[in-house]
Ligand binder design. Structure first.
Ligand code: SAJ
Length: 414
């Protein structure tokens, strides 16, 4: 198969780096994006998201004419869907963005085209994609109708890249590729081999969908275990960081780190897709989600207890991002903790976040954003919410006279 023109639908955290990766291999890439401002930004050679090296790659791709963004789908040889899959109330997966992407590309399809879904999705979504497309294009055959001989090939291939390392991981990570038929898998593998240096491992669509959900649920359950240990250790007067370090010296134990809760748009969301598919059988996965979601409340209560010792303490919160060394505040447990503390202790909460210049709307007007030195000078209580490298460099002596609630073990782990 030859993929001369590749269309990426959704130019977000995954779609844009993927588009840039194909363009870097001198493929003509058409990015389809509903947000006009994003389209204009990319067509100027700029980027709308922060990710190391992405700006350089996009600028080169656009100026050399390999990448172009548009709001309307156009014909291509392969379509890659990378749109969000959030959940509705009650943790029900919301597939409306995927359905809209299918509606947009269906009129452009021709025999021989390949469609790959990358969005994290509940099991069975790839089959739905095939149904949505077939409903619009009765003139073409699809894998559920014609098997290996279908005009259109459809596969699922989850992204697995870690924010902050996207460009490297996009190329180096192995890819799990689940076609609706073996030919669909082969076609998708050929597409990814254009830039992927890791292995492309073939399976069926449902297994590939579940594989993505399993990876993130595994991490969530492991973090929940660490978070539960941290609460138990507080009660038993044990240092949880030392405890985990020692337990991990066992050759078959590898516990992750506790924190103030689990943030981001993947680990805190994806396990719910499994729970929704098999509610009666997902007890451990559901419990892990609840344990991690309850951790911010536990931290807030710890700070409130510490505050009882003071008349009007200044509470300095170190870190707002959802994890270390990034500027991403979305679904950040740190933001939610600071917001609750600011409600409870109005005028007394300050925040330090070296990776941003302005506070998010949820905190603006309620909290002051200050430099670390100022916070260290005025704070009575220090709450460490993110293990940014800048915080690890602070001399612990500067916190000695303060009450410190260290949710990330920064002072212990260094
Ligand atoms: N966290 C802890 N303790 C830990 C590790 C993480 O509390 O030991 C917290 C972080 O602080 C953060 C949250 O968990 O709030 C998630 O961070 P993360 O680094 O575990 O994961 P993400 O959301 O940045 O990226 C994950 C990755 N999945 C796995 O490692 C299995 C990434 O490979 C996926 O591509 C990504 O989800 C995704 O897009 O699904």
């Amino acid at each position: 198969m030859s993929f001369d023109v590749i269309s990426i639908v959704g130019l977000g955290y995954i779609g844009l780096p993927t588009a840039a990766a194909f363009a870097a291999r001198r493929k003509t890439v058409i990015g389809v994006e509903v947000n006009r401002t994003t389209v204009d930004t990319i067509n100027r050679g700029d980027v709308h998201i922060v990710e190391p090296e992405l700006d350089m790659l996009v600028r080169a791709a656009v100026t050399q004419g390999y990448l172009r963004a548009t709001t309307e789908a156009e014909q291509a040889d392969a379509f890659l869907i990378a749109v969000p899959t959030p959940f509705h109330d009650g943790h029900k997966p919301n597939l409306t963005y995927i359905e809209a992407a299918c509606c947009a590309i269906a009129p452009m399809l021709k025999a021989g085209d390949l469609i790959v879904l990358e969005s994290t999705s509940p099991v069975g979504t790839t089959e739905k994609v095939a149904e949505w497309l077939a409903a619009v294009r009765s003139d073409l055959t699809f894998p559920q109708q014609a098997g290996e001989n279908s005009d259109i090939r459809i596969a699922y291939c989850p992204e697995r890249v870690l924010p902050g390392h996207v460009i490297r991981e996009l190329v180096e990570n192995d890819r799990v590729i689940g076609g609706m038929t073996a030919r669909c898998s082969e076609a998708a593998a050929e597409l990814y081999r254009i830039f992927v240096r890791g292995d492309c491992i073939l399976t069926d669509a449902r297994t590939a969908e579940m594989c993505k959900l399993t990876e993130n649920s595994f991490r969530d359950v492991n973090i929940a275990f660490a978070n539960e240990l941290s609460i138990i250790s507080d009660k038993l007067d044990i240092n949880v960081w030392e405890l985990i370090r020692l337990a991990n010296r066992h050759p078959r134990v590898n516990i992750l780190q506790p924190g103030p809760g689990v943030g981001g748009h993947c680990i805190a969301v994806d396990p719910w897709f499994i729970v929704d598919s098999a509610p009666d059988d997902s007890q451990l996965i559901r419990t892990a989600r609840n344990v991690n979601d309850s951790k911010p409340g536990y931290v807030i209560e710890r700070v409130a207890r510490a505050a009882q010792r003071f008349r009007e303490p200044v509470i300095a919160c170190f870190g707002l991002a959802f994890k270390a060394n990034i500027d991403d505040l979305r679904e950040s447990p740190a933001v939610s903790i600071v917001q609750h503390l600011a409600d409870r202790f109005p005028g007394q909460v300050i925040a330090v976040e070296p990776n941003i210049d302005a506070l998010p709307p949820a905190l603006d007007g309620h909290v002051r954003l200050v430099e670390a030195a100022q916070a260290l000078a005025v704070a009575d209580i220090i709450v460490i919410l993110v293990d940014h490298v800048q915080f690890k460099r602070i001399d612990p002596i500067r916190m000695q006279a303060k009450v410190v609630v260290d949710t990330r073990g920064v002072l212990i782990r260094g």
